[in-house]
Design a protein around this ligand. Structure first.
Ligand code: UDP
Ligand code: MG
Length: 318
């Protein structure tokens, strides 16, 4: 096995005080078995519990640990981006702090990456601890995204847990869009990819920050960031409605000419008006969704702000 440069594990942390000690114990056990330089970058995403103090204590005690403290809560996708931006090693491994992605899978990822792959996905074999409707909605979402996305084929049942080699990481870091659907961005990067299977565990402790609203938002993000198919929907709806209207108009003319027509038609009139109104508002909403994204992107604001770093920058050479 060839020896390779340092591998950085990147962990976004938002109110994970209940899990961090266990996470660290298991991660260190894995590091001890790995035959390469390892470091871990914790990104504190504006936690309001004692997570930051715990992380700083770790950074002070162990030179392999660095901590990036963001100025507020930016959300997982941006916290992870901040961590990935600061990776200097040969590869990065994003992992959740809640032990849903078992650190014990890391050696497999590293081994596969050393075979010469730029990105090795960890694909879930099972999703224990997740309800059937979460699994069903996730499956449906991946299928729809796979159908409509133009730039990337996002692998199903794959989270952010993976290993990203230097080349792929550099490519990823060049994509600075605000609306970040990371799985899609990773897929957009391309290069040589492979996958390994693992069993996703239930959350070790604490609360998932996800709820259905956030999942829906993430799905909208995923589709609108990687596809303009919804915009085309307006055209198809327009054509479909026009076609129905044409057939219906022909029928009315025919009926009036042959049978005469005492003034009837309030229901059909209302139906037509309401239906068209609904279709128009929906398509306007879709256009607005994209316009909003353009608005957010053109401002070109930085993705995140860093409050402090450990170890303190002046204390290191970098
Ligand atoms: N996370 C974060 N910022 C947030 C929400 C979550 O950094 O605003 C982190 C969280 O600490 C964890 C990971 O992202 O390490 C995954 O979060 P969670 O377990 O809540 O998501 P789920 O696994 O339910 O998708
Ligand atoms: Mg989780």
């Amino acid at each position: 096995m060839t020896s390779t440069g340092p591998v950085a594990v990147v962990v976004p942390v938002y109110n994970e005080a209940d899990v961090l000690p266990e996470f660290w114990t298991r991660l260190v056990a894995v590091f001890d078995r790995l035959d390469c330089d390892c470091e871990v970058i914790f990104v504190n995403d504006g936690s309001t519990d004692s997570s930051l103090e715990m992380l700083v204590a770790l950074a002070n005690a162990d030179p392999r640990v660095s901590v990036l403290d963001l100025s507020r809560n930016f959300g997982k996708e941006i916290a992870l981006t901040a961590g990935l931006d600061s990776v200097r090693g040969d590869a990065a491994i994003p992992i959740d702090a809640d032990l849903q992605d078992p650190p014990e899978v890391i050696p497999q990822l590293v081994e596969k990456w050393r075979e010469g792959f730029d990105m090795v996905y960890a694909t879930r074999r099972s999703r224990s601890g997740e309800s059937w409707h979460k699994r069903a909605t996730a499956a449906a979402f991946y299928r729809i995204l796979g159908r409509v996305s133009e730039t990337a084929d996002v692998p199903a049942d794959t989270g952010d847990f993976r290993i990203i080699g230097r080349r792929a990481l550099d490519a990823f870091c060049q994509m600075r869009e605000r609306h970040r659907f990371l799985k899609g961005l990773f897929a957009t990067v391309g290069f040589r990819t492979a996958s390994i299977l693992y069993d996703r565990d239930p959350r070790f402790a604490g609360q998932s920050k996800w709820n259905y609203r956030r999942l829906v938002m993430l799905s909208v993000e995923g589709i609108t960031s990687h596809s303009i198919a919804p915009l085309r929907l307006a055209t198809f709806l327009g054509i479909a409605v026009a076609f129905v209207a044409f057939v219906y108009a022909a029928w009315i003319v025919y009926k009036t000419l042959w049978f005469g027509d005492p003034v009837a038609g309030y229901p059909s009139l209302m139906t037509a008006i309401l239906m068209l109104g609904g279709v128009q508002l929906t398509t306007l909403g879709i256009v607005g969704e994209y316009l909003g994204r353009v608005f957010n992107e053109v401002k070109g604001r930085p993705l995140y702000f860093v409050q402090r770093r450990w170890p303190q920058p002046e204390a290191t050479e970098d």
